[in-house]
Ligand binder design. Sequence first.
Ligand code: NAI
Length: 462
Amino acid sequence: MASYDVIIIGSGPGGYVCAIRCAQLGLKTACVEGRETLGGTCLNIGCIPSKALLHATHQLHEAEHNFAKMGLKGKSPSVDWKQMLAYKDDVIGQNTKGIEFLFKKNKIDWLKGWGTIPEPGKVEVAGEVHEAGNIVIATGSEPSSLPGVEIDEKIVVTSTGALELPKVPKKMVVIGGGVIGLEMGSVYARLGTEVTVIEFLDAITPGMDAEVAKTFQKILKKQGINFIMGAAVQSVETLKTKAKVNYKLRKDDSEDQVDADVVLVATGRKPYTDGLGLDALGVGIAKRGQIEVDDHWATNVKGLYAIGDAITGPMLAHKAEDEGMAVAEVLAGKNGHVNYGVIPGVIYTAPEVAAVGKTEEELKQEGRAYKVGKFSFMGNGRAKAVFQGDGFVKLLADKETDRLLGAHIIGPMAGDLIHEICVAMEFGASAEDVALTCHAHPTFSEAVREAALACGDGAIHA
Ligand code: NAI
């Protein structure tokens, strides 16, 4: 039996970051992981592999649509799907090995196996019980399916199966117009698959600023993705190599069906806490399966903490990382803090979509007086030079104080541009602060400054 200051269960972005920070703060640390590689869903079957496929297929799109315009002639590349998957797997390997290296560097023990908590202060892994001063649960989430829809990861797949289909399907139905559905839908649409997204609500990406969501859907439609909106999927019937997706339109209850070679179920995720023994410990669990924690990520059991997708809040890798670092600080006797008001969200389609802070709808609902500064990428020289003039930057600021309240960007590198506003918001900056900051020319970031100028006396290039 080994004894540790902290044992973290799960090595995803929440868990491994927490482990590294604990070790850096002088705590004797172990991390439990049952998968063959470290990194959790994000590195193995989520964020990282999907970005590799998004990158590869975006390059294909550029070759097919924009190369000739720039005088780059010749045959477009053909797709070697096996090689593309091998490239994706190589990217995964580099990242997971990177974490193994960081564990060694920081003297973190990797306890291989699936952990259970037989009693407070103890973690059992592969038949061995270890002692822990504190335990952090960072076990993440798993796809949640729908009644009447059976996942086989061959024809009816989650994001996991969608990352390793044996061949590029001719027809794909995506259930759910959220982040996973639109990212993976984009990958396959660029590879020539006929993609149809079936979404329950009347707008895609619920929670997103409505103006951005509308523009986003228009752009995706132009890229060839079909949408069936306001439709509840009732069931999926699988035949040998095909499936039929039955749905009902909410507006008139009429029923219809679409067929597909592959159906991607992307209707959300749920906390993954199976096998931890939380019931026996009496850990408080919310209705939707999240572990209940206080402001310092402590559960109702002494010495037991939880972070990331397993607790409430957006299911985002970087939110989990921040909680991982903060809980490590708490366990080391310092003040861990996460500013939940400034957590960016990014969708890695082309164009990218990024947001932080409040949406216009939220501000309206709160009855808050606000102003909007908007700037189109059509007025940005750099964006036009690279065929990425679609989209805009929209800033929301307090009408009286000019303090930034939110940012919504659809356009080139939106996922990177958003961080200028994240930093500004962390410092309580006004739109004028951003407008007065010199931005290099020609960069996409000038569009952010122009939107900030639009909150005041006006953008220059509008
Ligand atoms: P999501 O919550 O983003 O979207 C699910 C969509 O499915 C919603 O639009 C919902 O209205 C729709 N839906 C639910 N039931 C339906 C039904 N019966 N018929 C039709 N539509 C239905 O969930 P998603 O895309 O599965 O992603 C899961 C989690 O993973 C999210 O929390 C997301 O933030 C995270 N994620 C984040 C990424 C990123 O940050 N780039 C990438 C991938 C996932």
